[in-house]
Design a protein around this ligand. Structure first.
Ligand SMILES: [Zn+2]
Length: 432
């Protein structure tokens, strides 16, 4: 008995101890719950608000831009069928009451409607309804200052979007006659979409977009004796267009600007996508703190190949290195480097052609090579796209050369020759 009593006393105290422990665990758990509840509240406070929506659309292409109150890489997207629509889910997303939702006309746009709704709790869903039976490709990426999420949508197979300029509208007839002159009759007529690069250019259906850097309120780099990058870039682009029209007759060469006007970086690639261009070449002039630095270099869009490439990409994009590092992450995450192999080829051809055009006539033209950097101006481009830094206008000799029309003409001929070779390379490959 005594033994039993003792045993039960012992066990009771053990139970008490267990209960004590349990209440300790319980209170800890409650504290944890409270804390986690608080952090959920905190998270709710830092919601992603949509301050505005911009759009640009044609029957074959559309860009929808959400302007946000803060940076976010936290979103999901996908395509749903029947009817075709693209969704974008933003956790903790909020649509401000005053935010205007743009309207679309299904006759003139690939998008028929934008809708917002709540998906799960706390998640905002944007639905982009696609007009009629369009099968689509799309791409989502972010841009800073202001913080934006950009959704690009293209029609898959269906016809090419019609450019919005009067020049483009006349195309079908002029193409027909050009094709009749240039190519022998074919067994089966391929559409432009079905052709490879060489076929397009051989038949006068190729399209090149040249993009003179900066412009208007943005002078770009300012070099020795007040030399301005925006002017140099425009002049070389105009000259390159002239040469290309001569050597690739019938093919289209578009310029993102032909005068001294400002265009945003994202509008430049939108322009190229809108024209369904085959090649995009952005033309710039370099500058460095050290006046001794000189040479030619060509870039393609990818993670930066060096610290200097990152710095240059930040400057050309009007942003900071910190933001550039974010962009590098996005490039990785979203696989936005799809045209890397082609862009690399185009960059090498153009770089090499500039050097071989200049070197016989000018001494000490330095080859800084083909490099990679996260350039905003190349982001979202759907075609092989490069950025050429033709010279350092902070270097005395290169600034003097850039002041000479003869040198700018030689550079233009080099760029054009590189593009021609790129097109020809595609031709040889296609015949294998
Ligand atoms: Zn520039």
């Amino acid at each position: 008995m005594a033994g039993n009593l003792l045993a039960s006393f012992y066990s009771r105290s053990r139970i008490n101890r267990l209960l004590e422990n349990f209440s300790l665990i319980l209170s800890l758990f409650l504290v944890f719950l409270l804390l986690s509840g608080e952090s959920a509240l905190g998270a709710r406070k830092s919601s992603t608000s949509i301050l505005g929506i911009r759009e640009f659309s044609t029957p074959g292409y559309a860009r929808v831009v959400l302007i946000l109150n803060r940076e976010t890489f936290d979103f999901k997207s996908g395509v749903l069928k029947k009817p075709t629509r693209i969704f974008l889910d933003i956790p903790r997303g909020r649509l401000l009451k005053r935010t205007q939702i743009p309207k679309f006309s299904p006759r003139t746009s690939i998008v028929s409607r934008l809708r917002f709704g709540k998906q799960h709790q706390n998640s905002l869903r944007l639905v982009i309804d696609i007009s009629k039976k369009n099968d689509v490709k799309y791409r989502v990426f972010t841009l800073p200052s202001p913080q934006r999420i950009v959704v690009d949508v293209w029609a898959k197979r269906t016809g090419i979007s019609k450019p919005f300029s009067g020049e483009g509208r006349k195309r079908p007839e002029s193409d027909k006659s050009a094709r009749a002159l240039r190519a022998p009759p074919r067994r089966k007529k391929l559409t432009r979409r079905e052709m490879n690069l060489a076929q397009k250019f051989r038949q006068g259906l190729g399209r090149i977009v040249l993009d003179p850097g900066h412009g208007g309120k943005d002078p770009g780099a300012v070099g020795i004796a007040g030399l301005r990058e925006k002017r140099v870039a425009l002049d070389i682009a105009l000259r390159t267009r002239r040469v290309l029209r001569r050597v690739l007759p019938g093919n289209r060469v578009y310029l993102t600007r032909t005068t001294d006007r400002y265009i945003s970086l994202s509008d430049r690639t939108t322009f190229a996508n809108e024209y369904d261009a085959d090649i995009f070449v952005s033309i710039h002039a370099n500058s460095a703190r050290s006046r001794r630095v000189h040479g030619i270099e060509t870039y393609l869009l990818s993670e930066a190949s060096s610290r200097r490439a990152l710095k240059l990409a930040a400057r050309e994009s009007g942003t900071t290195i910190a933001r550039m590092t974010d962009l590098q992450k996005i490039l990785n995450d979203l696989g936005l480097r799809s045209k890397v192999a082609e862009s690399q080829q185009l960059a090498q051809r153009v770089q090499q052609a500039m050097l071989s055009r200049l070197r016989p006539s000018y001494r000490g033209v330095r080859n800084l090579g083909v490099k990679r950097g996260p350039f905003y101006v190349l982001l979202g481009a759907q075609m092989p796209s490069i950025l050429v830094e033709v010279a350092f206008i902070s270097n005395r000799r290169e600034a003097r050369r850039m002041n000479s029309p003869k040198y700018r003409q030689a550079l233009a001929e080099g760029i054009a020759r590189g593009i021609m070779q790129f097109v020809g390379a595609g031709y040889r490959k296609s015949r294998k």
